[in-house]
Ligand binder design. Structure first.
Ligand code: GLU
Length: 308
C-alpha cells in the first residue's frame, strides 16, 4: 500500500517537473489523500519590481549590451521549489527568480522581458564566460575555485549542505552515517565535491545527475538512499512530498549564494551589490524571502555582503 502511494507521488512529481509548458493539468501529488504539493502552481510574493528608467553603469560592457538589447539573459534553475521553479503553465517563481527580477528592474529592464535560460549546476561558469547569460541566480555558492572563472555579488543567502531521505529511514542521521548508502547529487555542485573530498560514501555509491529533481525521483523510487545538497533546496522537495520525504536537519557546510557575473565587469558587480544592499535595508529582500523560500519552513534574515 505504502509503495503504491510512493510511486503515485513520484509519478505526479515527475509530471510536475517535466510537463512545463505542455498541455494538461498536473495531477497533485499525495496520491494517498494527503495535502496537495505546495508548488504545483507558481505564486509570486506580491512585490512589484518597477524598472529603474534612469539606470546607468559607467564602464560596464555587460550593462551596455543589456541597455541596447532592452532585455537581459538570466541563468536560472527550473526544478527547485520555492527557489527557481517553473510550473506546468510555464510560470516561474521562487526566491531566486524574484531576486533575478529585482536585479533586472534595477538594471532598467522590465522583469517581463527577462530571457530565462535554464542552466544546470555544471554549466554555469561556461554560460557566464561564453556570454550566453548576463547573470545567474540559482543556488550558486560563492567559492574561490569558481571565482577564477566568474565574479559574484552577494552573498544574498546562506544555506548549508544537508540530506534528504525517505520518511521511514532511521538509519541516516547525518553525514557520518552514509557509508554503504547510495548518495545522489548534481554534477558540478559543491555538495557532490564535498561527498567525494570527505569520502562520505564509497565512490561506487555516488550517483550523479544533471539536476536534483532527477535525484529526488531516484530516492522516491528507492534507487538511492539519500539526496544531498543545500538544505534550502531539499526543504522544498520535502514540502512537496511530506508523507514520503524528510530533511535530516544536520547541515555540514556553509553555502553562500551569490549572483554569478562576468569575471571582469567590476562596475556591474559593484552595482549589483549596491542593489542587493538596498533590498536588505528597505525590506524588499525580507518580503521576497518570507513569501517564497520562507514557505519551505525556515525563517531567515539577509546576510552581510562580502564585497571584493
Ligand atoms: N549551492 C551549491 C552549489 O552551488 C549546490 C546547489 C547547486 O548545485 O546549485 O553547487
Amino acid at each position: 500500500m505504502k509503495r503504491v502511494a510512493v510511486l503515485a507521488t513520484a509519478a505526479a512529481f515527475a509530471f510536475t517537473l517535466t510537463a512545463c509548458g505542455e498541455e494538461g493539468t498536473p495531477t497533485p501529488s499525495g496520491g494517498d489523500g494527503s495535502a496537495a504539493p505546495i508548488s504545483d502552481t507558481c505564486s509570486a510574493s506580491g512585490v512589484t519590481f518597477t524598472p529603474d528608467t534612469k539606470a546607468a553603469i559607467t564602464g560596464s560592457t555587460t550593462f551596455d549590451k543589456i541597455k541596447s538589447a532592452g532585455t537581459v539573459n538570466v541563468g536560472v534553475k527550473f526544478d527547485q521549489p520555492n527557489l527557481g521553479y517553473k510550473d506546468a503553465t510555464g510560470a516561474r517563481c521562487g526566491f531566486d527568480i524574484e531576486i533575478a527580477q529585482y536585479i533586472a528592474s534595477k538594471l532598467g529592464v522590465d522583469p517581463a522581458k527577462i530571457q530565462y535560460k535554464e542552466i544546470p549546476s555544471a554549466n554555469r561558469e561556461t554560460a557566464i564566460k561564453g556570454g550566453e547569460i548576463d547573470y545567474y541566480v540559482g543556488t550558486y555558492s560563492i567559492t574561490d575555485k569558481r571565482k577564477a572563472d566568474v565574479a559574484f555579488a552577494g552573498p544574498y543567502f546562506i544555506a548549508g549542505q544537508d540530506l534528504l531521505v525517505r520518511k521511514d529511514d532511521t538509519s541516516i542521521t547525518g553525514k557520518d552515517t552514509l557509508k554503504g548508502k547510495k548518495v545522489c547529487s548534481a554534477t558540478g555542485s559543491t555538495p557532490i565535491q564535498n561527498v567525494r573530498d570527505q569520502g562520505l560514501t564509497e565512490p561506487e555509491n555516488i550517483v550523479e545527475f544533471k539536476t536534483y529533481s532527477e535525484c529526488v525521483s531516484q530516492l522516491l523510487d528507492e534507487k538511492v538512499d539519500a539526496v544531498t545538497t543545500d538544505d534550502a533546496i531539499l526543504k522544498g522537495y520535502a514540502a512537496i512530498s511530506p508523507d514520503d520525504l524528510k530533511v535530516v536537519g544536520a547541515p555540514f557546510s556553509e553555502e553562500k549564494y551569490g549572483i554569478g557575473l562576468p569575471h571582469d565587469d567590476k562596475a556591474l558587480r559593484d552595482y549589483v551589490n549596491d542593489a542587493l544592499e538596498a533590498s536588505f535595508k528597505d525590506g524588499t529582500w525580507q518580503k521576497i524571502y518570507d513569501e517564497t523560500l520562507g514557505k519551505s519552513g525556515a525563517t531567515a534574515t539577509a546576510p552581510a555582503l562580502e564585497r571584493y
